[in-house]
Design a protein around this ligand. Structure first.
Ligand SMILES: [Zn+2]
Length: 393
């Protein structure tokens, strides 16, 4: 297939995926009035139809559309050879609940559409643009400030305004990425919100049958999930959460008031999560003989690396890993973003969380022939340890 044709197929399929993601968001939003939901779904269907060749579009009615949203997406997508794996995607989980990362998935493949913008103001901004905006701000910082900002992303992504202001200090005015938790209904439980014990960002509150589950969207696979206790509690007290996962450390509710803020979702996803991954990598290699880890050297382009690992064993040649951590919802979108980068004069190691191990083979295949390697956190730690001789100091 010619390149232009290929791009057209990709764009059409991304347009269809955008429409499906937003339709699912509307379908599952219990706070929506039925009339408004119906308008949103009609607009989504209109966008979906526009993504199809004329003959096929006519066959897509509202019933087929809604049915399609509940199954694999393949029947709803415009045909064409595309290495995007959208056909197998499911937007709803086994309980019929919307997938946690739906908004990220949509943002990563977003094709902005005027018809949809009026319902979802955020549906104007692609994930990559937001990631870039964050790194534009970061890049203008002095190296010392840059390191401070990276550390704060990991340590202080949400909380009471006065605490955030104090911690972010001189960086506060330059980081206009905070939003009020009171504007986010998805993380509120009877007027309270709960920071994840791993990333400190608000956890999602979901009704599953008759129970209420509270979980971190990013760290749920690592065992960060809770259920709300039915126990009586005192007046003005936050509901008590009972840990149900292996990493469910005790958490306390905070008031979801307008003076409690959190970094916006894209900054959490593309700034906080990779930073945590880098810190984890550094910590796992701490104290290893012959291993040196340099973090956040600053003065970098947004698509440079953020971590340099050097293994220098006497009598052997020096080995280096230039690492960039990534935590995207869609492996297909990540592959595309990496392919659009200019190639570097060195091999870049893209590190993804362990729970994305099943995506590594796909990413490798998409990036074949590039000086980019993809591996999980555990895998790179093993590689470095092995190169260093496998001994702790
Ligand atoms: Zn978390």
């Amino acid at each position: 297939m010619a390149l232009a044709e290929c791009d057209d197929v990709r764009r059409r399929r991304e347009q269809a995926l955008t429409a499906c993601c937003l339709a699912v968001a509307a379908e599952t939003d219990t706070g929506l009035e039925p009339a408004r939901r119906a308008t949103m779904l009609m607009d989504c269907l209109g966008v979906l139809r526009a993504a199809h060749p004329a003959g096929r579009a006519a066959q897509l009615g509202m019933r087929e559309f809604r049915r399609g949203l509940r199954g694999g997406l393949a029947p709803l997508l415009p045909p064409g050879e595309a290495d995007d794996r959208f056909g197998g995607l499911r937007l709803l989980d086994g309980d019929g609940l919307v997938r946690d990362a739906l908004e990220d998935l949509c943002r990563e493949h977003l094709v902005p559409q005027a018809a949809l913008d009026r319902h979802w103001p955020w549906a104007r901004v692609r994930a990559e643009q937001e990631e870039r905006r964050l790194f534009e701000v970061m890049r203008r910082l002095e190296p010392e400030e840059y390191r401070k900002a990276r550390a704060l992303l990991a340590e202080c992504p949400a909380g009471p305004l006065r605490v955030l202001r104090k911690r972010w200090d001189r960086l506060w005015m330059r980081f206009d990425f905070f939003e009020a938790v009171s504007d986010w209904p998805w993380c509120q439980l009877e007027g309270w919100w709960y920071p994840c014990p791993k990333c400190r960002w608000p956890m999602r509150v979901v009704a599953v049958g008759r129970e209420v589950e509270v979980r971190c969207e990013a760290h749920r696979p690592r065992g960060v999930h809770y259920r709300m206790s039915q126990e009586q509690r005192g007046r003005g007290m936050a509901p008590i959460l009972i840990g149900t996962g292996k990493a469910s450390d005790p958490v306390v509710g905070l008031p979801a008031s307008s003076d409690h803020l959190a970094l916006n979702r894209p900054v959490w996803r593309y700034g906080v999560l990779p930073t945590l991954l880098e810190i984890e990598l550094r910590d796992q290699l701490k104290g290893r003989a012959h291993v040196r880890v340099e973090m956040w050297p600053g003065e970098l382009q947004p698509d440079e690396y953020d971590l340099k690992i050097t293994v220098a064993v006497p009598g052997r040649s020096v080995r280096r890993w230039r690492v960039d951590a990534k935590d995207w919802a869609s492996a297909a979108a990540l592959a595309q973003a990496l392919l659009e980068r200019e190639s570097k004069p060195y091999t870049l190691y893209i590190v993804v969380p362990d729970h994305q191990a099943h995506e590594v083979a796909y990413l490798k295949q998409r990036l074949a022939g590039r000086r980019t390697k993809v591996l999980t956190l555990t895998r790179i730690v093993d590689q470095v340890k092995q190169a260093a001789g496998g001994r702790d100091e």
